[in-house]
Write a protein that binds this ligand. Structure first.
Ligand code: HEM
Length: 222
């Protein structure tokens, strides 16, 4: 039982504004978002997570976190991209961001993991909003940990509190989370611009995106 989640509050305070900004700027969070917006969101999230996700979860963690169970989220994304018709080659050719945080300390790892695990909290809202335009598809990413979603988050918060006891550790974790949000927001903006440029000028990034979209449009989702 957590009385006062001090570490969580530090993480929230450092990232609240960035999260609000993401939610207001992401096309997939808009009421008229469609399947293509969802796929773009996944492609971009994948490109951002790929450089550090495996290293994050294979590092040392308190046993209660059950890091191995949190390590497969890129597989969820790839599962959805494949279901939407993208080939493995097209998935591997997707753009990759350059965010490679120094994961050598536990507070930094908690800060980064907070962003990744927290992202699961929003998926319920996202799933409900997108459902009418994805039917009959139930995407893997939007299912998250399924029935264990709430429990997984509770465990994560409990471990965060018991591991980040000093003000210093909380500050380092909060800074890492804020950096992660900032790099993610930059990456989303960069990708949005690349798609716009591609549409306007038929540029390289746009051509790759157009190929990916055409590939996924031409195949049925199962
Ligand atoms: C795609 C649009 C998104 C929507 C609609 C959304 C929505 C939400 C909602 C409603 C919550 C609160 C859930 C609850 O308290 O039960 C939440 C929490 C959170 N989301 Fe998002 N989110 C989105 C994207 C993201 C992304 C891309 C990230 C980071 C990769 C992210 C990170 C977080 C974090 C860290 C929290 C936890 C906040 C806390 O309780 O401490 N979200 N989101």
């Amino acid at each position: 039982m957590i009385n006062k989640p001090v570490a969580l509050e530090a993480l929230r305070a450092a990232t609240r504004h960035a999260h609000q900004r993401l939610e207001s700027e992401l096309q997939v969070a808009r009421p008229d978002a469609n399947r293509e917006d969802y796929l773009h969101y996944l492609q971009d999230l994948r490109g951002w997570m790929l450089p550090f996700d495996a290293a994050l979860w294979s590092a040392a963690w308190p046993a209660a976190i059950q890091a191995h169970e949190r390590a497969g989220k890129l597989d969820w994304i790839d599962c959805d991209l494949r279901a939407a018709g993208m080939s493995q080659d097209a998935i591997h050719a997707l753009p990759i961001a350059g965010f490679t945080p120094d994961l050598s300390t536990l507070p930094v790892r908690f800060g980064i993991a907070y962003v990744i695990e927290g992202a699961q909290l929003g998926t319920k809202v996202l799933a409900k909003a997108l459902a009418p335009r994805l039917v009959p598809w139930t995407p893997r990413w939007l299912t998250g940990y399924g029935e264990s979603n709430a429990k997984k988050w509770r465990t994560f918060v409990e471990c965060t509190e018991s591991s980040l006891k000093t003000a210093d550790a909380q500050r380092i974790a909060a800074m890492a989370a804020a950096d992660a949000f900032a790099s993610l927001a930059d990456w989303f903006a960069q990708r949005r611009q690349a798609r716009l440029d591609g549409r306007l000028h038929g540029g390289r990034a746009g051509a790759a995106d157009a190929r990916a979209s055409a590939e996924s449009r031409s195949q049925a989702v199962t």
